[in-house]
Ligand binder design. Structure first.
Ligand code: ZN
Length: 212
């Protein structure tokens, strides 16, 4: 299924070690924000941003595709059944600008929802997920592992996230949820070669992109 998303819902601070590395408190409910479909950019296109706004950080995240409509669902199992595919994505963030916006108490969209701020790899059928709390992935910059994700370490697990999100936003087929990034975020530099690896049930899925 290739329905374009009506929205991409992102979860902030869902790994305690990442919240700490940016000096943020551990949240008592999920921190949510949205990227519009216009922020999507293909792996092959590579990453670019307006350098007048300062640094751009990578945040590699397990991402979910919703295949069935979901509205106000409170049953965790039913919510999970609406997920049809998974992949890895990059929640690209203009960190210097985001820091300025945070200090002023302003919304983050300028730093996180700009054109090119969301890169999603190819969708993998949900049958590759053995258990929602046992998914692991990693992110490499120029062959050095910078981030390691493990859904057993999420502050809010996938089922709880879906239920919480669905009390706020109805979900349509094609909608995407980015579940938060582990520690290790840092600034990208021109020419960086980036590799995302998702450990599936039967094989590893590997995707490459670059900073142009
Ligand atoms: Zn993120």
């Amino acid at each position: 299924m290739n329905t374009p998303p009506s929205k991409i819902i992102c979860v902030g601070r869902n790994y305690a070690d990442h919240a700490r590395e940016l000096g943020n408190e551990i949240p008592d409910r999920p921190v949510l924000f949205i990227k519009p479909p216009s922020s999507l950019v293909a792996l092959e296109a590579g990453i670019s941003w307006n350098t007048a706004w300062g640094s751009c950080h990578y945040e590699c995240e397990l991402s979910l595709r919703i295949d069935r409509p979901l509205q106000g669902e409170t049953d965790a199992q039913k919510a999970l059944q609406a997920v049809g595919a998974v992949t890895l994505g990059l929640d690209l963030t203009l960190r210097d600008l985001q820091d300025q916006l945070k200090k002023k108490g302003q919304p983050w969209e300028r730093a996180k929802a700009f054109d090119g701020a969301c890169m999603l790899a190819d969708w993998i059928d949900v049958s590759e997920v053995k258990a929602w709390d046992q998914l692991r992935f990693n992110f490499q910059v120029n062959d050095e592992i910078r981030q390691q994700g493990d859904t057993s370490l999420l502050i809010f697990n996938i089922a709880d996230l879906l239920v919480d999100i669905n009390q706020v936003f109805s979900l349509q087929p094609g909608d995407v949820i980015m579940t938060g990034t582990p520690a290790g975020v840092a600034a990208l530099t021109f020419g960086d070669q980036l590799t995302m690896t998702l450990h599936g049930q039967t094989q590893d899925f590997v995707w490459k992109t670059f900073v142009k």
